[in-house]
Design a protein around this ligand. Structure first.
Ligand SMILES: *[C@@H]1O[C@H](CO)[C@@H](O)[C@H](O)[C@H]1NC(C)=O
Ligand SMILES: *[C@@H]1O[C@H](CO)[C@@H](O)[C@H](O)[C@H]1NC(C)=O
Ligand SMILES: *[C@@H]1O[C@H](CO)[C@@H](O)[C@H](O)[C@H]1NC(C)=O
Ligand SMILES: *[C@@H]1O[C@H](CO)[C@@H](O)[C@H](O)[C@H]1NC(C)=O
Length: 351
């Protein structure tokens, strides 16, 4: 408990002003915008390359993958996909160095119900990608190949790396997680847990989104549940299939989207339709800790529709948490306000 409070106070110290020191206090970290995309743009997920550059997937207006320069914010298009065949690009994860996988989703209506099309997984090999001397235009392209379709999936959204040969992908509508062998394209259901479902026993849900962000840590698969507002986990076996029922490890996470662990185990969670970034300390204890807001709010555009947090990977930005945003296209702020999607960041003080 002492270390958790210590972490909170250290985090509070770098963002001014601290509104209140009470348990419910709100610590507004300074949010910096690295790049603003055109309006409207829904950036859905984020990955950081080993060389430090950022990759972000675009859900709307059309499926695309960009590299964003971590210093200048300049974006370069890495790949685009046929907008007549897929709604958008979503989860992204890396297996071997610079080998990324990206979800391309079927078409959905405003309630996230599949209307047509098929969910697909593509491989994006960044080892062949090079920028020209201007630092922005493409000299040689990434190598983009179709890996597999999952026709029975409704709305694939989150992705996590299990190892160099396997990834998890989550169906946020059905509340099912698949494990895919990326060497063969073979896949199976890894989890179909009740904590992945957006509603329990047919009760009315706040949104039709269940298991959303996915991460692997120390033999557990962790996932957020958007409608039910928590972070949960379950252990998995050598084949990636979950071996026990899920347990809730953090609450107070309304509309939780993607998340990331810091090396010390702190979980940072993007709450898309709450326009808020929160943190949860002690989730690995397996008790349901209460997450606390660090930045943004549901009446502010500071983190409008924040979708994914990812730490930098160089020695100079490893405490910088980059954030993709959707401009609140999923739920306009105060019912009407949307803005352009951004890549933004907050700096976290772990000292
Ligand atoms: C990269 O791929 C894009 C899209 O297919 C194409 O328009 C472009 O000419 C390619 N660039 C190079 C340098 O090959
Ligand atoms: C998930 O579990 C439910 C309830 O047992 C079942 O009806 C459904 O078919 C399962 N889904 C998958 C993809 O296995
Ligand atoms: C939303 O409404 C609140 C209350 O009226 C107001 O303070 C806030 O500025 C509004 N936010 C935006 C982004 O318009
Ligand atoms: C913002 O969140 C608060 C606390 O959950 C809630 O009471 C309020 O209705 C929300 N406001 C908007 C504009 O969504």
């Amino acid at each position: 408990m002492a270390s958790r409070l210590g972490s909170i106070l250290k985090l509070a110290a770098i963002g001014a002003p601290v509104v209140s020191a009470a348990a419910s206090s709100y610590y507004p970290l300074d949010v910096h915008v690295l790049h603003t995309f055109s309006d409207p743009t829904w950036l859905e997920n984020l990955a950081i390359r080993g060389n430090g550059e950022l990759l972000t997937t675009q859900l709307a207006p059309s499926p695309a993958l960009y590299q964003v320069n971590r210093l200048t914010g300049e974006p370069t298009t890495v790949a685009t996909w046929d907008a007549d065949e897929w709604k958008g690009a979503l989860g992204i994860a890396e297996t071997a160095t610079d080998i990324f996988y990206v979800i391309l989703s079927a078409f959905i209506d405003d309630d996230f119900v599949k209307t047509s099309g098929t969910n697909s997984i593509f491989e994006v090999d960044m080892t062949t990608f090079a920028l020209a001397s201007d630092g922005v235009s493409v000299e040689t392209n990434a190598t983009v190949t179709h890996l597999v379709d999952i026709p029975e999936a409704d709305f694939l959204n989150g992705m996590a790396t299990l190892d160099d040969e396997h990834i998890f992908v989550g169906d946020v509508y059905s509340g099912v997680v698949y494990v895919i062998d990326v060497t063969t394209g073979d896949y199976q259901v890894a989890g179909n847990d009740t904590l992945m479902k957006y509603s329990v026993d047919g009760s009315v849900a706040s949104t039709n989104l269940g298991s959303n962000g996915l991460k692997v840590r120390d033999g557990y698969l962790y996932w957020t549940n958007t409608a039910r507002g928590f972070l949960a986990r379950a252990p998995f076996g050598s084949d990636g299939v979950l071996t026990a029922a899920g347990e809730i490890v953090a609450t107070n996470l309304a509309k939780a989207d993607d998340f990331q662990f810091a090396s010390d185990g702190t979980a940072f969670i993007a709450q898309n339709q709450e326009d808020t970034l929160s943190a949860a300390w002690g989730v690995e204890d397996g008790t349901a800790v209460v997450a606390e807001a660090l930045a943004g709010s549901n009446i502010s555009t500071i983190l409008a529709g924040v979708t994914s947090p990812k730490f930098g990977r160089t020695s100079t930005d490893c405490n910088r948490l980059y954030l993709s945003t959707s401009g609140a296209l999923g739920l306009p702020i105060n019912g009407t306000v949307t803005v352009a999607g951004t890549i933004s960041y907050v700096d976290i003080d772990f000292s």
